[in-house]
Design a protein around this ligand. Structure first.
Ligand SMILES: NC(=O)C1=CN([C@@H]2O[C@H](COP(=O)(O)OP(=O)(O)OC[C@H]3O[C@@H](n4cnc5c(N)ncnc54)[C@H](OP(=O)(O)O)[C@@H]3O)[C@@H](O)[C@H]2O)[C@@H](O)CC1
Ligand SMILES: [K+]
Length: 240
C-alpha cells in the first residue's frame, strides 16, 4: 500500500480549517484526542503485562507538538505508567499550556525544567521509552538551543532506549526527512491525522508507524487528497 501523506503546508492548512469558523473545533479538543492517540499507541507497543517497567520520559517542546506530549503524559498515568515530563521551554502562547501543566500536577506527574537533571532518566534499566513531543509540523531547521543539545542526548541513547515520536521525528524536515547524518531514529512514529512526507524516509525495520488523531469525517480526508484510514472498532490508532 502506497503511503498516504500531506505536506507540512497542507497539514497546517487542514489544521486551520478544522479550527476555523465553519467547523469550529478548538485546539484543546484536537490536542486531547492527539495526546490520547499517542498514549494508546504507547500502550499497544509497550504493554505493562510484557514490559515490567512503567517509567516513561515525555520531552515536550514549546508548541502544539509539546502540548500533545503534556496530554499524552496524563493519559499514560491513567493507563498505569509513571510518566515524567521534561518541559524546558514553557509556552505562554495561550493560558491553556499552563492549565495542562496544572493538570499534570493534579496527577502528581513530575514536570522538570532545564535546572533539573532530566538526563538521569535516559537509562533503559529504569525507563521504558521516551516520548518525543518536541517539534511537529511547524519545525524549520536549523534547530535552536536548548533543543539541539536535547536532541543530541536523545540520539546518543536511542540504540538502547526506544523513542516514540509524535507526528514528526524531531529535527527532521517535515517534507524532506532527516537533515543531517546524526538524527533521531524513532522506534515508533505516531502520525497525527495523516502522515507527513518525511515518514516515507522511515526505515521499516527500525520504526513502527502508526496513524492517530481520529477526528475527521471521510469526505474531509478525501478533500485533502488522502483516503480515510480504516481505524478498527473504537481504536484511536491504526498501525500502518
Ligand atoms: N490536526 C492535527 O493534526 C493536530 C496537530 N496537533 C499537533 O500540533 C503540531 C504542530 O504544532 P505547532 O504548529 O504549534 O508547531 P510545532 O511543530 O509544535 O513547533 C512550533 C514551535 O517550535 C518552535 N520552533 C520551530 N522551529 C524551531 C527551531 N528550528 N528551533 C527551535 N524552535 C523551533 C517554534 O518557535 P518560534 O519559531 O515560534 O519561535 C514554536 O514554538 C503537530 O505536529 C501536532 O503534533 C494537535 O495538537 C492538534 C491537532
Ligand atoms: K515530535
Amino acid at each position: 500500500m502506497a503511503l498516504k501523506t500531506v505536506s507540512s503546508k497542507l497539514a497546517a492548512q487542514l489544521d486551520k480549517e478544522l479550527m476555523g469558523p465553519e467547523i469550529g473545533f478548538t485546539l484543546e479538543q484536537l490536542m486531547e484526542l492527539a495526546g490520547l492517540s499517542v498514549a494508546q499507541a504507547v500502550q499497544r507497543q509497550f504493554p505493562l503485562s510484557i514490559y515490567h517497567k512503567n517509567k516513561i520520559l515525555v520531552v515536550a517542546g514549546p508548541g502544539n507538538n509539546g502540548g500533545d506530549g503534556l496530554v499524552c503524559a496524563r493519559h499514560l498515568a491513567l493507563f498505569g505508567y509513571r510518566p515524567v515530563v521534561f518541559y524546558p521551554k514553557r509556552s505562554s502562547r495561550t493560558p491553556f499550556y499552563g492549565q495542562l501543566v496544572n493538570q499534570l500536577k493534579f496527577f502528581k506527574i513530575p514536570v522538570l525544567s532545564t535546572d533539573d537533571d532530566w538526563k538521569q532518566l535516559l537509562h533503559a534499566k529504569d525507563t521504558l521509552c521516551v516520548v518525543d513531543a518536541i517539534f511537529g509540523f511547524s519545525f524549520k531547521p536549523p534547530v535552536r538551543e536548548p533543543f539541539g543539545s536535547i536532541i543530541s542526548e536523545l540520539i546518543s541513547v536511542q540504540d538502547q532506549l526506544p523513542i516514540v515520536s509524535v507526528d514528526v521525528p524531531t529535527g527532521w524536515d517535515v517534507d524532506e526527512g532527516p537533515v543531517s547524518t546524526e538524527h533521531i531514529v524513532p522506534s515508533m512514529l505516531v502520525s497525527l491525522t495523516v502522515p507527513k512526507p518525511c515518514s516515507a524516509k522511515l526505515d521499516k525495520d527500525k520504526t513502527d508507524h502508526f496513524v492517530g488523531g481520529r477526528f475527521i469525517p471521510p469526505d474531509f480526508a478525501v478533500k485533502y487528497g488522502f483516503e480515510p484510514f480504516p481505524y478498527p472498532s473504537t481504536d484511536q490508532i491504526l498501525k500502518l
